[in-house]
Write a protein that binds this ligand. Structure first.
Ligand SMILES: Cc1cc2nc3c(=O)[nH]c(=O)nc-3n(C[C@H](O)[C@H](O)[C@H](O)COP(=O)(O)OP(=O)(O)OC[C@H]3O[C@@H](n4cnc5c(N)ncnc54)[C@H](O)[C@@H]3O)c2cc1C
Length: 501
């Protein structure tokens, strides 16, 4: 088939390459050129599992190496990245330095890997996307950059199928061309972004002494600083640069100084939260700090006859929980499998299924994140809400790795528990509960409810107060919970090496 892919972010380039490997004639059209700055950097275990499956199925050995920190550094030291051992969260309060307070410290660490070698990475997108576009060209993709995609150009290409990988507006190529209506009204989350890349950000442990020993060094993670106005991400790359941004809820934005420039807003927030101020006080932005009032977007359709959108072109919620890369890779795997069926490309049934999955998954991400915003005022409630995310992704990861799911099953199993009778309903149920929460007793009951609700899928002992919010990769706990995965103890023990592969 002749396939046109519009947009050469990592997702467009990777899908274009897979389709070329399958024997299709693929043209990849890019408005800009590489290398170029892009945001969306923190990868996760589920993302890496998908990358490894794509690598094995389609012979992309570079992607296999990019799926673990140690392999990446050995094979591609020139592609910049950051070690990511897990998810770190802190709650800050205006005017008060963050304090170590023993078991009451407002700090949550969830390890995603047992060591640095097989850890996840933050992707320096300029380098990763550039690498993947070059790999697509090497695989036979006809790549055209600095290209304005017009109807005439598409006609001249005689494409049988168009994939839109152009990201959100000002991308959104097919949304404009086909007049796909916005579905943003479905999205509960409403937040803007103040961001840049920085040099000279200090380590948390240097600024806040006396913290209990965690399962990994706090900073080598996706670090989340929760504040009254929303939260801040901080992703440290191995070469010393940090990608950081305040994600500010609509409510939070109303508390900010009016008509302030992005620089002034940045300084205002650093002054308001002394520990964040100490971390970033002497950091230097490597490009102008930028502000976007709202980052959510959503369309009403993700596929139709002869076309499909990748997730970032279809909808985006929020960087909280780093869902974007994993979701995009899942969609690439799905579309690639559809193109393997017969010679005519994805069937109407395939596309309807793809559309329905993306819609349900966008809702799921949104409810989970919107619930997290509702919970941020009380750290114990936020930590409980986060456990729904961690239970869902760890269960999926354990099933994929230990129960050795095939590509078809893994790709079409819903993201974040979509379609799972136990996990599927939880984000909506918790969002409702959080909206009704008023008293200290309500909060205690919520924490208790989450513990019970995730129990049937909880392979890692999440929401167990015994961990004091510091969750290692605990293989003994995993073995104890073999029944959750429907495996015998012996079967699980013999499958454990798959976790270290
Ligand atoms: C603030 C923020 C933080 C994020 N953090 C994370 C994170 O930590 N972890 C995570 O997993 N995800 C994160 N995401 C999501 C992540 O950015 C996306 O999942 C990812 O960028 C999707 O990649 P993509 O290749 O689909 O699209 P993009 O990276 O958006 O690439 C789109 C490409 O299309 C090109 N293009 C646009 N319009 C046209 C056109 N008309 N014609 C031709 N080409 C066009 C663009 O130039 C660009 O090269 C974050 C997103 C935001 C906004």
């Amino acid at each position: 088939m002749r396939i046109a892919v519009v947009g050469s972010g990592f997702a467009g380039s990777l899908l274009a390459r897979v389709l070329a490997v399958q024997g299709h004639q693929v043209v990849l059209l890019e408005r800009g050129t590489h290398p170029r700055f892009a945001i969306g950097e923190s990868s996760t275990p589920l993302a890496n599992l998908t990358l490894e499956r794509l690598a094995r199925r389609y012979g992309l050995d570079d992607c296999y190496d990019l799926a673990a920190h140690g392999r990446w550094v050995e094979r591609f030291p020139e592609i910049r990245r950051g070690l990511k051992r897990g998810f770190t969260f802190y709650r800050h309060h205006a005017g008060r330095p963050f304090a170590a307070q023993g078991r009451r410290t407002e700090r949550l660490l969830v390890a995603a890997s047992p060591n640095d070698h097989i850890a996840d990475n933050h992707w320096l997108r300029a380098d990763v996307d550039h690498h993947l576009v070059r790999a697509a060209i090497a695989a036979g993709v006809d790549y055209r950059d600095r290209t304005e995609v017009t109807d005439d150009l598409l006609k001249s290409l005689r494409a049988d199928f168009v994939v839109d990988a152009s990201g959100p507006p000002p991308g959104g190529f097919l949304a404009r061309r086909l007049g796909i209506p916005s579905g943003l009204h479905r999205t509960q989350t409403n937040a803007g972004l103040l961001f840049s890349h920085f040099d000279g950000v200090r380590l948390f442990a240097d600024v806040v002494p006396g913290l209990a020993h965690g399962p990994y060094p706090d900073d080598w993670a996706a670090v989340h600083h929760i504040i009254d106005e929303g939260w801040m991400y901080s992703l440290r790359f191995d070469h010393g640069v940090t990608s950081a941004g305040f994600v500010l809820s609509a409510r939070g934005q109303r508390q900010l100084p009016v008509n302030a420039s992005p620089d002034e807003l940045w300084r205002h927030l650093l002054a308001r939260y002394p520990t964040v101020g100490a971390l970033f006080g002497s950091a230097r932005p490597l490009m102008p700090i930028a502000f976007r009032k709202r980052i959510q977007h959503r369309l009403t359709r993700a596929a139709g006859e002869g076309w499909a959108l990748l997730p970032h072109a279809y909808g985006f919620v929020d960087p909280l929980f780093s869902t974007g890369i994993a979701w995009s890779l899942k969609a690439i795997e799905r579309l690639a499998l559809c193109f393997e069926h017969g010679g005519g490309g994805p069937s109407a049934g395939d596309l309807a299924r793809y559309d329905a999955m993306l819609s349900a998954e966008a809702d799921q991400i949104d409810l989970l994140v919107a619930g997290a915003y509702e919970s941020m005022a009380h750290f114990e409630v936020f930590a409980a809400q986060a456990m729904i995310y961690f239970a869902a992704v760890s269960f999926a990861e354990a099933r994929q790795r230990l129960a050795r799911q095939d590509s078809e099953t893994a790709a079409w199993t819903g993201f974040l528990g979509v379609g799972d009778p136990r996990l599927g309903p939880l984000p909506r149920a918790s969002f409702r509960r959080l909206g009704r929460m008023r008293t200290r007793e309500d909060r205690r009951l919520f924490v208790q409810w989450v513990r019970k609700a995730i129990a049937p899928r909880n392979v890692c002992g999440f929401a167990n107060p015994g961990y004091s919010n510091l969750y290692p990769v605990d293989l003994d706990e995993l073995v104890r919970r073999h029944g959750v995965l429907g495996m015998s103890r012996d079967a699980l023990v013999s499958a454990l090496p798959a976790l270290r592969a």
